[in-house]
Design a protein around this ligand. Structure first.
Ligand SMILES: [Zn+2]
Length: 250
């Protein structure tokens, strides 16, 4: 199983990372996309990959980080792309829910991530909250159709449109308790579907309010298999093939 979106660089994992990774391997997780959310955590995803080659680095600046400052730091993210280990650009996107940052600055920061992804031929890890329409508009304007809408929270109609553009749609542990997510996953073509934990955030049912971790993805897998009326082992094969294709893994 591949956890396609996780933040093992988060301070919440500093104390017991080796134990968390052992539990992940024991649960059957073979690869984890480890996404940075600012320049410091992004560079740490690359360092972590030296010690744990199965933790795949993704570099980017989250839209909730100070956008104006972040725009000035994009050259640091670009400099990281000399590492051939990087599998994606992100976490990036637009967040109008928390709305910490002016929307125009978020959009400019998102455009810069898109430009980098195109230049490096890497997929985008796209975060949206109440902002899918603007994300679609900007991606179309920039001519970028390569990536995943992570922790999908939009409508059925929006899912259809982003899939039509060529994107993947990923569900996190929210699937285990959200009626809406359960309805939408059933409409996503299986060759465009991914699962993730977004750990340490968004723990699945049974762990809500606690720190999330990669091993819990197996609970989301079981839930998704149930929703889609397919054996978990078979769904895992399909999802892993999708992740390998999107992130160009061997
Ligand atoms: Zn995330």
């Amino acid at each position: 199983m591949i956890d396609t979106h996780c933040h093992l660089i988060d301070p919440q994992f500093i104390k017991d990372l080796p134990v968390v990774l052992k539990r992940a391997q024991a649960a059957g997780i073979r690869k984890i996309v480890n996404a940075g959310y600012d320049t410091d955590t992004s560079s740490r995803t690359i360092v972590m990959n030296d010690e744990y080659p199965w933790l795949l680095p993704a570099v980017g600046i989250h839209p909730n980080e100070a956008a104006e400052q972040s725009i000035k730091e994009m050259d640091k993210i670009e400099a990281m792309l000399t590492s051939e280990k990087i599998v994606a650009i992100g976490e990036t996107g637009l967040d109008y829910y928390r709305d910490f940052m002016p929307r125009e600055a978020q959009q400019e920061l998102f455009r810069q991530h898109i430009a980098l992804a195109r230049k490096a031929c890497l997929p985008l890890l796209i975060h949206t909250r109440n902002s899918i329409e603007d994300a679609i508009r900007i991606l179309k304007a920039e001519g970028c159709y390569h990536g995943v809408f992570h922790c999908y929270s939009g409508s059925h109609d929006q899912a259809e449109r982003i899939i039509g553009m060529g994107f993947y749609v990923s569900f996190a542990g929210v699937l285990t308790y959200s009626k809406r997510a359960r309805e939408i996953i059933q409409t996503v073509p299986r060759d465009r579907l991914l699962l993730e934990t977004d750990a340490p955030f968004l723990a699945p049912i049974g762990h809500r309010g606690q720190r999330n971790e990669p091993s819990y993805i197996m609970e989301t897998l079981k839930c998704a298999a149930n929703m889609l009326d397919i054996r978990p082992e078979r769904l895992e094969e399909i999802l892993d093939a999708n992740a390998m294709r999107l992130f160009s893994l061997d």
